[in-house]
Design a protein around this ligand. Structure first.
Ligand SMILES: Nc1nc2c(ncn2[C@@H]2O[C@H](COP(=O)(O)OP(=O)(O)OP(=O)(O)O)[C@@H](O)[C@H]2O)c(=O)[nH]1
Ligand SMILES: [Mg+2]
Ligand SMILES: [Zn+2]
Length: 318
């Protein structure tokens, strides 16, 4: 018997599930291969296809398709097959803009309590990419953190971390290394209380290595040759991995560009410094370029705001 409570099952999920007619077993989606879902239930792992009502829902809105991290109701039929009958309404979801430019986004992971933006300290982290991913994380409804990996390769790790703290005000920043074990306990603490931690970041930054370090075993494939973080993607699926002692990690394949959907809330959370200044500009419609009385430009002039950060905010607002 698996204890679903260790995967985050609680009273409010139970209440949500009770609204659906029986029979159905509760399960959590651990991975999805096209339309076949791997679902962990109290009695073990099952492979389930879409039930009829789910097929209908997905035909109208692809975001209703089960996604790694979803809680769902599965039904076992007498002749063997198992179907997902319903997906419980998500508490949080990381949604990226669809590449085709349609209004519907793509749900990357669901029901993540803490979202780690995973970035290697070597080569030197790209602050604008961190700001973009932190904005995506805020938009999910979960709590963002930044996990800086490969500290063993960066003698100036703590200095780099301070730069990241400026780019992500109010966001916990953890420095770690899977080679030395430094900081891994701090990452592990993020799932205390049976929480789910999602890992987001570009390929080669050490997401799967971190997952393995948290599990204490090589459960996921990582890139064999140490490299500079470029090159082929090693992980190809989003995968929920239960952690010993409770909680779970969702590993994801490296993200290339991430399109943000409209992210007003996320931007306000990622750039509280800039959005605070904007309120103080003399003109309501200030473009923060050459207007007199522009609080943003004067913060740049006196060195309290980095030009890079303003550029980054402008790009993300488009
Ligand atoms: N020196 C050092 N190397 C690391 C560390 N963490 C990961 N690596 C190496 O970085 C490379 C990429 O690690 P992965 O864990 O496969 O990266 P990933 O983010 O899962 O990459 P994708 O699956 O492609 O998105 C591997 O060669 C790892 O051995 C670390 O803390 N220190
Ligand atoms: Mg990986
Ligand atoms: Zn201004």
């Amino acid at each position: 018997m698996l204890d679903l409570v260790e995967l985050g099952w609680d009273d409010s999920w139970r209440e949500l599930a009770s609204a659906y007619p029986p029979p159905g077993d509760i399960g959590r989606v651990v991975r999805v291969d096209k339309t076949l879902c791997s679902v962990v239930t109290a009695s073990g792992l099952v492979r389930a296809s879409y039930g009829a009502s789910l097929l209908d829902a997905v035909a109208t809105d692809v975001r209703d398709a089960p996604c790694t991290g979803d809680w769902c109701l599965v039904r076992s039929w007498p002749d063997g097959p198992v179907t997902v009958e319903a997906v419980l309404e998500r508490r949080t979801a990381v949604v990226r803009a669809a590449s085709s430019g349609t209004s519907l986004g793509q749900v990357l992971v669901a029901n993540v309590d803490v979202l780690a933006v995973v970035v290697a300290l070597h080569p030197e982290p790209n602050l604008s990419r961190i700001e973009r991913l932190v904005t995506l994380a805020w938009e999910s409804g979960g709590r963002p953190v930044v996990v800086l990996t490969k500290a063993d390769l960066a003698p100036d790790a703590e200095m780099l971390a301070d730069d990241v703290r400026v780019a992500a005000p109010g966001v916990e920043v953890i420095v770690c290394s899977t080679v030395t074990g430094h900081g891994i306990e701090d990452v592990r603490a993020l799932v205390d209380g049976n929480l789910t931690l999602g890992l987001l970041g570009a390929s080669g930054h050490g997401k799967s290595s971190l997952t393995n370090a948290l599990v204490g075993a090589e459960v996921l494939t990582t890139k064999q040759i140490r490299d500079d973080g470029k090159g082929r993607h090693t992980s190809v699926r989003r995968e929920l991995v239960p952690l010993p002692g409770g909680g779970a990690v969702i590993d994801t394949p490296g993200l290339r560009g991430v399109g943000l959907q409209e992210a007003t809330q996320g931007l306000a959370s990622t750039f509280p410094d800039i959005e605070g200044l904007v309120d103080e500009c003399r003109f309501n419609d200030c473009s923060h370029e050459t207007e007199p009385g522009c609080a943003v430009q004067s913060a740049i002039a006196d060195g309290t705001l980095a030009e890079r950060r303003l550029d980054s905010w402008r790009r993300l607002r488009r």
